[in-house]
Write a protein that binds this ligand. Structure first.
Ligand code: NI
Length: 190
């Protein structure tokens, strides 16, 4: 089932997600629905807060980047209760978009290497290090489960310049071809 994605300004996007237990109600269904929702919106990642759940869960399928970045080819993973242990290296900048911020893409600066602890969909634990574009995608989704959006990481002058655009998004004044909930209109589009 395709779930509505909440737009910028929705309170759940600002909340820190909580860790979950293996008996979290209908977890496998939620994960299936998140995959379906992400693919329907042509995203490479989706975090639970974007479907209005304040829990530490996100999914990533980085394969659309495979032509340019072969390392993403078979990268399809579920991250539960993720916690970044370490971020390292010389910060670098890359354009990022977000399904909760349709029509926007901004240059975001992040460190290039992360070590992260997480559980997969079977609650098997991992501690792994990721670099480059994979680290970047994980950091973006990880921010979501900590109540952070990429626009929060932009220089303050840049944020001022984007204020009108962000207000339009929260009011639903934006072209989008997937299902969304806009906080300021309480209206579901599509
Ligand atoms: Ni996002």
């Amino acid at each position: 089932m395709i779930l509505p994605i909440v737009a910028y300004g929705h309170p759940t996007l600002k909340k820190v997600g909580v860790d979950i237990e293996a008996d979290y109600p209908e977890l496998q269904t939620l994960i299936e629905n998140m995959w379906e929702t992400m693919y329907a919106a042509a995203g490479v990642g989706l975090a639970a807060p974007q479907v209005n759940k304040s829990i530490r869960l996100f999914v990533i399928d980085a394969s659309p980047f495979a032509e340019e970045h072969p390392v993403t080819k078979d990268f399809k993973k579920v991250f539960i209760n993720a916690h970044i242990v370490e971020e390292q290296g010389e910060a670098w900048t890359m354009g990022e978009g977000c399904l909760s911020l349709p029509g926007m893409n901004e240059e975001v600066t992040r460190k290039p290497s992360i070590t992260i602890r997480y559980l997969d969909e079977d609650f098997e634990p991992y501690e792994e290090t990721f670099d480059g574009i994979l680290a970047r995608i994980i950091q973006h989704e990880y921010d979501h489960i900590n109540g952070i959006l990429y626009v929060d990481r932009l220089p303050s002058l840049k944020r001022v310049l984007l204020k009108g655009k962000l207000r339009d998004i929260s009011e639903g004044k934006v072209d989008v071809d997937y299902r969304m909930t806009f906080p300021r209109t309480r209206k579901k589009v599509r």
